[in-house]
Structures are given as structure tokens and as C-alpha cells.
Ligand binder design. Structure first.
Ligand code: 13P
Length: 252
């Protein structure tokens, strides 16, 4: 059985009081206990959020939006894995398209970050997906396979299963333009085929693959009903308690 996961990537939004209010409202609501629920706030809120969820028994976690691949040292403005773990983070996004494009994060750097996560025992959520021009040129499958090959397919069979994957077509991020459930399913199924080719069927069937890109309270149910979609990585809609709760409860 694959884990069902709904992760909220808050990006660069909220202040501390707003962050705590959001988390408390979500904790108060009725949310499906079996779903893994992950808050991914800006760095300064990781510790207070981890404190806020400490007493809940119902699979709530906190994660980070980024980390540096090096253990420690003179990297001004960066955050290490040890620092993240010490404030309660158990997940970290690696390869978000905004990091790839605005901060020029290379495939090699992302590969090193993945290795750091695996060695340091924190779960990476590896984000990848094609840009609009690539989809229009019908190159999306090629790009997706390449992004898997470049940064995660060097992992052993024992380690690849420690990853969560998040397919985020860049053209759907923050645009209100969601991939249709069929489009998303087609890619998720392809990702599973790539996993099976590289590793084996058992491994391919055990890795959770999340969909991200304008997933919201209205479309989550249909997306999550697809056989290879195991949940969502949510941006905008994770900033409102009611919407995030609806998304969490969208598995049938
Ligand atoms: P939106 O849900 O705002 O499109 O963002 C998706 C995303 O980038 C999550 O990481």
C-alpha cells in the first residue's frame, strides 16, 4: 500500500502568527487520519509549526522548502540538513521548479542534495516536470525521464524507496491551469514505468507520486481518484485552512 500524502508548500507566504493560525485551524478540523499531511512553511516557521503539531497523533509532519547539500560551513543564507532535523523537519523539497529556474539549481546540485537527504535520513520530495514549450513540442515524457535519470536514478534499490516524487508540470504551477486528471495520470503511469524499468515492479508500486500544479479544493477529488496519483503537493490552496482540509479529505 502506497502512502497517501497531501503536502502544503507555502512558498514565501505568511507571518508567524498567520502560520500558527493556519496550522491550528487545520488541526482543529476533521482530517482523514490515514493521509500523511505535511506543512512546508518558510524556514523561520518550521520550529513553531513542529511544536504546534507535536501532540497530534494523526500523521502531521513538517518539512522544508530547500536545503544545502553540504554538511556545514561558510554558505551564507543556506540551511543544512542537521539544522533542519534539529527543528523538527522530516521532509524536504528538492528540485522545485522555482528553485531550478530562479536560483539556477542544476541537476548535479539536486543529485547532491538527494544524496545528503538519504545519508542524513530525511525524506526528500523530488519535484520535476516539463515546461509549457516542452509539452507543446510533445517532449514531456523525454524531459521527465531525463530529470529522473539526472538526479535520482543513481540511487540503489534500497534508497530509491525512501523518496517521494512530485510531478509538477511548470505550466500548471500558480497559473490556475491544472493538468486534467487524464493528463496527470498518463504522466504518473509513465513515471511508474520508468521506475519499473530501472528497478522493478515492486519498487515502482511502492513509491508515492504526488501531483502538483493548481491542485485545489475543486479538482483534488478527481485527480486523487486516478490510480497512479497518490496525493498532491499544493501551493496556493494550502494557504487556506478550509481548502487544505477539503483537499486532505479528497481521497475516496
Ligand atoms: P500551486 O498549487 O499554487 O499551483 O503551486 C504548486 C506548487 O508549486 C507546489 O509546490
Amino acid at each position: 500500500m502506497r502512502k497517501k500524502i497531501v503536502a502544503g508548500n507555502w512558498k514565501m507566504n505568511k507571518t508567524l502568527p498567520e502560520a500558527i493560525e493556519l496550522v491550528e485551524n487545520i488541526l482543529k478540523a476533521n482530517t482523514s487520519a490515514e493521509v500523511y499531511k505535511i506543512f512546508i512553511p518558510p524556514f523561520p516557521f518550521i520550529y513553531p509549526v513542529s511544536k504546534a503539531i507535536e501532540k497530534t497523533a494523526s500523521h502531521f509532519f513538517v518539512g522544508a522548502q530547500n536545503l544545502h547539500d553540504k554538511e556545514s560551513g561558510a554558505f551564507t543564507g543556506e540551511t543544512s540538513l542537521a539544522a533542519l532535523k534539529s527543528v523538527g523537519a522530516t521532509y524536504v523539497l528538492v528540485g522545485h521548479s522555482e528553485r531550478r529556474s530562479y536560483f539556477n539549481e542544476s541537476a548535479e546540485f539536486l543529485k547532491n542534495k538527494i544524496n545528503t537527504c538519504i545519508a542524513g535520513n530525511i525524506t526528500p520530495i523530488y519535484c520535476f516536470g516539463e515546461m509549457l514549450a516542452e509539452r507543446e513540442a510533445n517532449k514531456h515524457f523525454e524531459i521527465i525521464e531525463q530529470q529522473l535519470n539526472e538526479s535520482v536514478f543513481h540511487l540503489s534499490a534500497e534508497d530509491i524507496v525512501k523518496l517521494v516524487l512530485a510531478y509538477e508540470p511548470v505550466w500548471a504551477i500558480g497559473t490556475g491551469k491544472t493538468a486534467s486528471p487524464q493528463q496527470a495520470q498518463e504522466v504518473h503511469q509513465f513515471i511508474r514505468t520508468c521506475l519499473e524499468k530501472k528497478y522493478n515492479k515492486q519498487i515502482a508500486d511502492s513509491i508515492s507520486i504526488l501531483y502538483g500544479g493548481s491542485c485545489n479544493a475543486q479538482n483534488a477529488k478527481e485527480l486523487f481518484s486516478m490510480p497512479d496519483i497518490d496525493g498532491g503537493l499544493i501551493g496556493g490552496a494550502s494557504l487556506k485552512a478550509e481548502d487544505f482540509v477539503t483537499i486532505i479529505n479528497s481521497f475516496s
